[in-house]
Ligand binder design. Structure first.
Ligand code: SF4
Ligand code: MG
Length: 331
């Protein structure tokens, strides 16, 4: 475990036919081992497309995705099996991702058959009990079927199944957004505890910044297929630089983020990725937009706040000076 700088890189563009759908464009992200990266944005921002590319359900047309130096988008055969062992996914809707005719024991034990075929049936049962315990379920739950469980418990089953192969990286595509608010925190806390206990790296895709605030180290905010702001979670919350991030933050209730919520109200719908706006793609909804924003695409630039904090806005310095954020009153 000397290799502390292992990076998981996500990059590339997706141009699907028949029209040129710019679902994800030149996204370049990396996550360090043991870190949690949150990818946040409204529906249609491209975050699910990104997740599907990582799962190899769709292929990027250009760019590359690597995991510990292995190229995800090129892996075949044995290399792909190994990637699938090391990278696991947790889905938004645990019910539709779990085969209703399989017992929980089989659902959780199935990845072991693929990734540890030498394991005896007895050892596999013991391992399934251990996995269920890790996610807060009981050994006797192995004999039941998914429909006998609540949404939160089903997501725990999905997590146990994801852990079965002994992954290094877990990617959650909106893992709690289908759950009751009261259960969301429990599942998020479980993921954070498992990450710490098992040394996992997490990538969590969410549309809600509040959900990932306390569990992520870094946040990447996506809008219409591009990353518009990226940085340490604390910096993103304390000193957001992109107007879109500020709008997302102002939608979080004060009680949850300790700051007046009057910042920026988002107006209008997200434009279609089939016909994205010119220049800064956010200009049709940005209260600070001016002429240059329609013409020039802003690059991700390092901000004044912290290393690794970058924003893609031509005018974030001026905007921060003109419209400073009130100080947070609570962590
Ligand atoms: Fe708004 Fe212009 Fe900045 Fe885009 S570049 S976020 S339109 S001010
Ligand atoms: Mg989605």
């Amino acid at each position: 475990a000397l290799n502390l700088t292992r990076h998981f890189k996500i990059g590339g563009s997706l141009f699907a036919k028949p029209k040129v759908l710019r679902a994800v464009e030149d996204v370049s992200l990396s996550v360090r081992q043991g870190e949690t990266l949150a990818i946040v944005g409204e529906s249609g921002c491209g975050k699910s497309t990104l997740a599907r590319m990582l799962m190899r359900l769709i292929e990027p047309t250009s760019g590359q995705m690597t995991f510990e130096g292995r190229q995800i988008d090129r892996a075949k055969g044995r290399a792909l099996t190994e990637l699938r062992r090391d990278m696991q996914f947790i889905f938004q809707d645990p019910f539709s991702s779990l085969n209703p005719r399989m017992t929980v024991g089989r659902l959780v034990g199935e990845p072991l058959e693929t990734h540890a075929p030498e394991m005896s049936a007895k050892d596999r049962r013991a391992k399934v009990s251990e996995l269920l315990a890790q996610v807060g379920l009981r050994p006797e739950h192995a004999d039941r079927y998914p429909h006998e469980f609540s949404g939160g418990q089903r997501q725990r089953i999905g997590i146990a199944r994801a852990l079965a192969s002994g992954p290094k990286l877990i990617i959650g595509d909106e893992p709690v957004s289908a759950l009751d608010v009261s259960v969301q925190a429990q599942v998020i806390n479980l993921l954070a505890d498992l990450r710490d206990a098992l040394g996992l790296t997490l990538v969590v895709i969410a549309h809600d910044l509040a959900v990932i605030r306390h569990m992520s180290d870094r946040v990447a905010v996506m809008y219409l297929g591009s990353v518009v702001e990226e940085g340490p979670t604390d910096e993103i919350f304390a000193s957001p630089r992109h107007p879109y991030t500020r709008a997302l933050l102002s939608a979080i209730p004060v009680a949850e983020h300790g700051r007046a919520r009057h910042q920026i109200a988002l107006t209008g719908e997200m434009p279609s990725p089939l016909d994205p706006p010119s220049g800064c793609r956010f200009h049709t909804r940005c209260p600070f937009a001016r002429e240059a924003c329609r013409a020039d695409v802003p690059a991700l630039r390092v901000t004044d706040t912290a290393p690794g904090h970058r924003a893609a806005c031509h005018f974030f310095e001026e905007i921060a000076a003109e419209a400073p954020l009130p100080r947070a009153t609570e962590g």
